[in-house]
Design a protein around this ligand. Structure first.
Ligand SMILES: [Zn+2]
Length: 163
């Protein structure tokens, strides 16, 4: 994805109140992000670990989604694959993240849950090298397809929250 500023990102949130958006803390290494290697931007709030954020460049523009992580890691789900990257090799935990839906639906208490890598490393997972013995003949194509699939699944999740 292309680079966005902190202000762009704050403005993009569709399911958070003004005060929630104001309270967002950005990661300390925000300025060092390798944006070209990201299909979506995701992070846990460094000061409020139960909050997570997913920002995706949808066809209609940048869409930010505030997510709630399970309390105290109790909803940590191991041995389950992430709904977005579907990476089977990653050792990271996968959490059931819950997003309030945008607009009236969200105010009425409607939420959308999805399993996502706890540290939002999906973009790295789909680009990760595999060992030579397991590598497909055409790894570049495989990787491109994985990136495309991650982008499509993220777009679908975002549409469920905004739709
Ligand atoms: Zn993932």
């Amino acid at each position: 994805m292309q680079k966005f500023s902190v202000d762009d990102i704050r403005r993009s949130f569709v399911n958070a109140s003004r005060s929630e958006v104001k309270a967002i803390n950005f990661p300390a290494d925000f300025d060092q992000f390798d944006w070209e290697q990201l299909d979506y931007l995701g992070w846990r709030d460094p000061k409020m670990p139960q909050r997570g954020y997913l920002v995706f460049p949808a066809d209609t523009g940048l869409v930010g989604i505030a997510l709630r992580a399970p309390e105290g890691g109790s909803g940590k789900i191991r041995k389950i694959i992430c709904d977005l990257c579907r990476d089977v090799r990653s050792e990271t935990d996968v959490y059931l993240y819950v997003a309030r839906r945008a607009g009236h639906a969200g105010r009425d208490g409607n939420t959308v849950g999805t399993l996502i890598c706890s540290d939002f490393r999906c973009s790295r997972n789909v680009r990760a090298e595999v060992s030579a013995s397991r590598r497909h003949a055409d790894w570049d194509t495989t990787r491109a397809l994985q990136i495309e699939a991650l982008t499509e699944r993220t777009a679908k999740f975002v549409a469920r929250v905004t739709g």
